[in-house]
Design a protein around this ligand. Structure first.
Ligand code: COA
Ligand code: AMP
Length: 621
């Protein structure tokens, strides 16, 4: 173990040397002679990510080790795949895709629940050099359609259904509706039939997954350039159209492999569990790729922290599978704490093998931090990152040198990330002073090189505000010891139960209601989910509506268009929205009012009387 300070300094001052050394953790078909060139990492290296996640471990004698443990309380299933078994499934599924005409560079959309075939599908794409785009199951048909139209997949991989604790979610009708709405036509859809609900297949377009794989032979890995895309993951921006974050093969493999030992302190052969969903970046990076790149055993959990069947669900999984490292979102811990405040369910299980609890996805409130630390008696480590970055920007790098933790802070920037807090003029903020959290370029390997088919939006969204820096969209500060504090988004992105959502896209939907003249959606603090969206709507002249009925209509509309994951339930009718004289809605002031924080009336306000009305409307809820 070295010193954090030394590793960090080296990563910033001698990045080529630092990342060349990290690149030795990866098998290359052609080793990169250049580390950083033209803003891209390892531009002349060639490799295959699937080979690094599976084949090389089997070749090195890990074939009999568990690669993936599928634990599904909602179906009562536990199934373990060894590295050799997972490799076999992936190679044959890649064969199936190749038989359907999928080649390196083609895109494949994966719309699946938390079943092993979702992981297999991702790795099969990687094996062929095809680019996957996984769409989270909690999104509605329209969101799926938007992603299909943008990614233009040759094939869509899906399943008949997902299983939520209280209902079976039929995926196939959602997929059919999405394809009806989308302009793009994939050649084929391959549907995994689950016994909980068998879908009707569309003749000529849909194939049965099991049958199609049965008829396919295994294929070998296709070598790709390090700079070729591995996947696209759409994430919420400030407008209705999601951003297609691109991940490349080389930088991603190097950074994720490096992060497993250095950030998480995880060794090959250990059980590592990220309790998230493959539809989110945490699932991509830390359910699928990183644990397998590192030769760990990953857990794929199809269940919830509570209700499947009780708030001891996570502790059962930890105990049953010997989990050493658990990674989840603070909201999951809050859900457990709410139902089991004294930790009785945790005490029923042997948690002696658990070494670290890592939390990310939203701000970790000190209450939750203290509760989990006291309960588990192990380090509870807040760490901060985003879909765009692919791996942590700030963390306590326990594999290098554990630092003292400070509640409320994700500790210090991880090696590779030159974090700067900038004021409105682009000057560095002194310690303790809040500003925009940025990262001085270049971004380290693994971070997004661009947005899919939208270089201009990439520059506009991330690079133009502070030239030479990447804009994270979060606000925060550094303290005198160099610890980072991330206080929340400074744009119109909100975080609901660790799910990233755009208030702009919800506003577009509310505005489409025939009785709504204008509206604003803001994220309001919520004890369980961190934030919840609340809509403020101004009715069209002459529209007389029962507020409760209108609220139900608007909630149904958001659920239908974005999906249940938006958790949009509250809409308040107001006579006007607080705006500046130039017509900009004062969302930050509205947020302060809704959260009960002190606020000052901005001098630019058009009509100061609009603010008390917001306060009254919120209190009335
Ligand atoms: N497919 C279909 N529907 C889904 C879904 C999926 N994959 N995931 C969630 N939904 C639905 C839920 O059923 C729920 O529907 P409802 O409105 O009919 O109840 C809605 O979307 C909201 O889901 P969720 O945000 O999960 O809230 P919840 O109230 O069901 O559960 C928690 C609350 C805290 C238990 C849950 O949010 C949780 O486990 N959060 C952890 C988040 C996480 O892992 N984030 C990833 C970043 S690390
Ligand atoms: P996502 O892209 O879905 O991972 O969401 C990224 C956003 O979640 C960040 O920009 C932050 O606003 C928030 N976030 C993630 N992790 C943390 C954390 N540890 N502390 C505070 N905010 C976080």
């Amino acid at each position: 173990m070295g010193s954090y300070g030394e590793a960090y300094r080296r990563s910033i001052q001698q990045p080529d040397e630092f990342w060349a050394e990290a690149a030795r953790g990866i098998d290359w078909d052609v080793a990169p002679a250049t580390v950083a060139g033209d803003g891209r990492w390892f531009p002349d290296g060639w490799l295959n990510t699937c080979h690094n996640a599976l084949d090389r471990h089997v070749a090195a004698g890990r074939g009999g080790q568990a690669a993936l443990i599928y634990d599904s309380p909602v179906t009562g299933t536990v199934r373990t795949y060894t590295y050799a078994e997972l490799l076999d499934e992936v190679a044959r599924t890649a064969g199936m895709l190749r038989d359907l005409g999928v080649r390196a560079g083609d895109t494949v959309v994966i719309y699946m629940p938390m079943v092993p075939e979702a992981v297999v599908a991702m790795l099969a794409c990687a094996r062929l050099g095809a680019v996957h785009s996984v769409v989270f199951g909690g999104f509605a048909a329209r969101e799926l359609a938007v992603r299909i139209d943008h990614a233009r997949p040759k094939v869509v991989l899906s399943a008949s259904c997902g299983i939520e604790p209280t209902r079976v979610v039929e995926y196939k009708p959602l997929l059919d509706a999405a394809l009806e709405e989308a302009g793009h036509r994939p050649d084929r859809c391959v549907i995994l039939q689950r016994p909980q609900s068998v879908a009707r297949l569309t003749e000529g377009r849909d194939l049965d997954w099991a049958q199609a794989v049965r008829g396919a032979g295994p294929v070998a890995c296709v070598s790709v350039a390090a700079t070729d895309p591995l996947y696209i993951l759409y994430t919420s921006g400030t407008t209705g159209s999601p951003k297609g974050v691109v991940r490349d093969n080389g930088g991603h493999a190097v950074a994720l492999h490096w992060s497993m030992s250095n950030v998480y302190g995880a060794a090959p052969g250990e059980v590592y569990w990220a309790a998230s969903d493959v539809g989110w970046v945490v699932g991509h990076s830390y359910i699928v790729y990183a644990p397998l790149l590192a030769g760990c055993t990953t857990v794929l959990y199809e269940g919830k922290p509570v209700g499947t069947p009780d708030p001891g669900a996570f502790w059962r999984v930890v105990s049953a599978h010997g989990v050493r490292t658990l990674f989840t979102a603070p909201t999951a811990i809050r859900a457990i704490k709410k139902e089991d405040p004294s930790g009785n369910f945790a005490r029923k299980w042997d948690l002696s093998g658990l070494r670290y609890l890592f939390l990310a996805g939203e701000r970790l409130d000190p209450d939750t931090y203290h509760w989990a630390s006291d309960l588990l008696g192990i380090p509870v480590i807040d760490h901060w990152w985003q879909t765009e970055t692919g791996w942590p920007i700030a963390a306590d790098c326990v594999g290098i040198e554990p630092l003292p933790l400070k509640p409320g802070s994700p500790t210090k920037p991880v090696p590779g990330w030159d974090v700067r807090i900038l004021d409105a003029d682009g000057k560095d903020c002194p310690p303790g002073v809040e500003g925009a959290v940025t990262v001085k370029l270049p971004l380290p390997p693994g971070a997004l090189p661009t947005l899919y088919r939208d270089e201009a939006r990439f520059a506009r969204s991330y690079l133009e505000r502070y030239p030479g820096h990447y804009l994270t969209g979060d606000g925060g500060h550094l303290d005198a010891d160099g610890y980072l504090y991330v206080m929340g988004r400074i744009d119109d992105v909100i975080n609901v139960a660790g799910h990233r959502l755009s208030t702009g896209s919800m506003e577009e939907i509310l505005a489409s209601h025939p009785d709504v003249a204008e509206c604003a959606v803001i994220g309001v603090a919520d004890e369980l989910k961190g934030q919840l969206p609340v809509g403020f709507v101004v009715l069209k002249a002459g529209a007389e509506r029962d507020p409760g009925e209108l609220e139900r209509e608007l909630a149904a509309l958001v659920r239908e268009r974005i999906g249940p994951v938006a958790a949009f339930r509250r809409a308040v009718v107001v006579s006007r929205l607080p705006k500046t004289r130039s017509g900009k809605i004062l969302r930050a002031t509205m947020r302060d009012i809704a959260d009960g924080n002190p606020y000052t009336t901005p001098s630019t306000i058009e009509d100061p009387a609009a603010l008390p009305e917001i306060a009254e409307a919120v209190q009335g809820k």
